[in-house]
Design a protein around this ligand. Structure first.
Ligand code: ADP
Ligand code: MG
Length: 142
C-alpha cells in the first residue's frame, strides 16, 4: 500500500508524523529516505510527540542513535546513519538486535547505509522537496 501526502510547512509534516504514530503498536521499523533538509527529523519530532514522548527530539547525527522510554518495556529508537562509515559499524551498534526486538519502535534516517542489513519487514517513508516549504511524503507499507 502506498500513501502520498503533500505538506506546505514543517508544522504540517510534524502533524503527519504525530497522526502516523497513532497507528503504531510496537515492532515497527520505519525507514526515512530523503536528502538533507527534506524533513525526516521534523517528521520524527511529530512521531515522538504522538507516542507521548515529552522530551525534545534532537537529531542524533553525531551520536547515531538515541533511545526514549515509552513504558517499562517499550522503547523508541531514533537512529541517523548519515555519519556511519561502513556496514561493519552496524554490528557494533547492535542495530540488528535492536531492529529484531519486537518491543522496539525504530525509526532510521539515511537507511541506505544499512546495505545488506536492511530489514524485510519495514515501512518506507520517502521525503521529496517540491518547493521551498513544500514536501511530498510517500509512505509505503510492505
Ligand atoms: P532532514 O532530517 O531530512 O535532514 P530536517 O527535518 O532536519 O530534515 O529539516 C527540514 C528543514 O526544512 C527544517 O528547517 C524545516 O523547518 C524546513 N521545512 C520547510 N518546509 C518543510 C516541510 N513542509 N516539512 C518539513 N520541513 C520543512
Ligand atoms: Mg535529520
Amino acid at each position: 500500500m502506498e500513501e502520498i501526502f503533500l505538506t506546505k510547512n514543517a508544522k504540517e509534516t510534524k502533524k503527519l508524523g504525530e497522526s502516523f504514530a497513532k497507528k503504531l503498536h510496537g515492532n515497527e521499523i520505519m525507514l526515512l529516505y530523503g536528502t538533507l533538509g527534506a524533513g525526516k527529523t521534523t517528521f520524527v519530532q511529530g512521531l515522538a510527540k504522538g507516542l507521548g514522548i515529552q522530551k525534545r527530539i534532537i537529531s542524533p547525527t553525531f551520536i547515531i542513535m538515541r533511545s526514549y522510554e515509552l513504558s517499562d518495556v517499550k522503547y523508541f529508537y531514533h537512529i541517523d546513519l548519515y555519519r556511519l562509515q561502513s556496514e561493519k559499524e552496524i554490528k557494533g551498534l547492535g542495530l540488528v538486535e535492536l531492529m529484531q526486538n519486537p518491543k522496539n519502535i525504530v525509526v532510521i534516517e539515511w537507511p541506505e547505509r544499512l546495505g545488506a542489513f536492511i530489514p524485510k519487514k519495514r515501512i518506507e517513508i520517502h521525503f521529496e522537496t517540491s518547493g521551498e516549504n513544500e514536501r511530498k511524503i510517500t509512505i509505503k507499507h510492505g
